[in-house]
Write a protein that binds this ligand. Structure first.
Ligand code: ZN
Ligand code: ZN
Ligand code: ZN
Length: 256
């Protein structure tokens, strides 16, 4: 299994509009962060997690010529506003695209993109054509089980996902105990860590490190990074098994 990090930035993206701080002005390409998304690749299938406002640019940069399904974590703008761009994949696939989301996320998607859920003759060309699936427990995607992991995101609910030895937990401020129990023995964990300072809706570096200490994955990566984080400086201060995501990072997981 392979993971491509399409985007590693917080909801504003980095650089932020109108900010000229050292990170927003950095020449290090790893400090240029589009909104958070990954692709999970296995058995010649490509599963996109979230459709960010930069989906088109991310897909071109990663040469993501095909996706077979989309899985959503939650319905915040930075995770869904690129949904319209998936119509290119409808054209390439020649069929509706399966999407998977919790009930509240599906309701929000239908409210915000009503035209994508109506069966139209031109669906798949001028409008996305979607085959919605409600997540209510572990589900199978192309022969591999995806386990939804409930996470807390301030007062909202978000889904993390465990796929074999890998888990993706973006946009969270806390993990319920029952969710921690489902994240043991991971090879790789990607976890929200917005910045060193606390934030009501996201884990700080210290909070994420505490969770990593409890869960003991072999490797962890921070994501949803803000402009408070200089890639090079921050990584220098982290233990070797904790690294930072950057746009375009690929991670190989030995087993699914
Ligand atoms: Zn977000
Ligand atoms: Zn800045
Ligand atoms: Zn969010």
């Amino acid at each position: 299994m392979r993971i491509t990090v399409l985007g590693s930035g917080t909801s504003t993206g980095v650089p932020m509009i109108g900010c000229h701080c050292p990170v927003c002005s950095s020449d290090d390409l790893r400090d240029r962060r589009s909104r958070c998304s990954i692709v999970v690749h296995y058995q010649n299938r490509h599963i996109l997690v979230d459709t960010t406002p930069e989906l088109r640019l991310q897909a071109i940069a990663a040469r993501l010529d095909r996706i077979d399904a989309v899985v959503f974590t939650h319905a915040h703008a930075d995770h869904i506003f690129g949904l319209d761009d998936v119509r290119r994949y409808n054209t390439i696939l020649g069929s509706p695209l399966p999407i998977y989301a919790a009930e509240d996320t599906l309701v929000a998607l239908e409210r915000i993109f009503p035209y994508a859920f109506i069966k139209q003759q031109d669906a798949g060309f001028f409008r996305p054509a979607l085959a919605p699936n409600r997540i209510s427990g572990p589900f199978d995607l192309f022969g591999v089980s995806w386990r939804p992991i409930p996470l807390l995101h301030a007062r909202g609910a978000v889904l993390g996902f465990r796929i074999g030895d890998f888990a993706y937990c973006t946009d969270c401020s806390d993990f319920p105990e029952s969710s921690l129990d489902q994240l043991r023995n991971l090879q790789t964990l990607i976890i929200d860590a917005l910045r060193p300072r606390p934030h009501p809706a996201h884990l700080s570096f210290a909070q994420a490190l505490t969770l990593i200490d409890r869960l003991q994955p072999q490797q962890a990566y921070f994501t949803h990074l803000s402009h408070d984080v200089s890639h090079a400086q921050a990584e220098a201060g982290l233990p070797p098994r904790v690294r930072l995501c950057y746009d375009g990072l690929t991670i190989t997981i030995p087993r699914v």
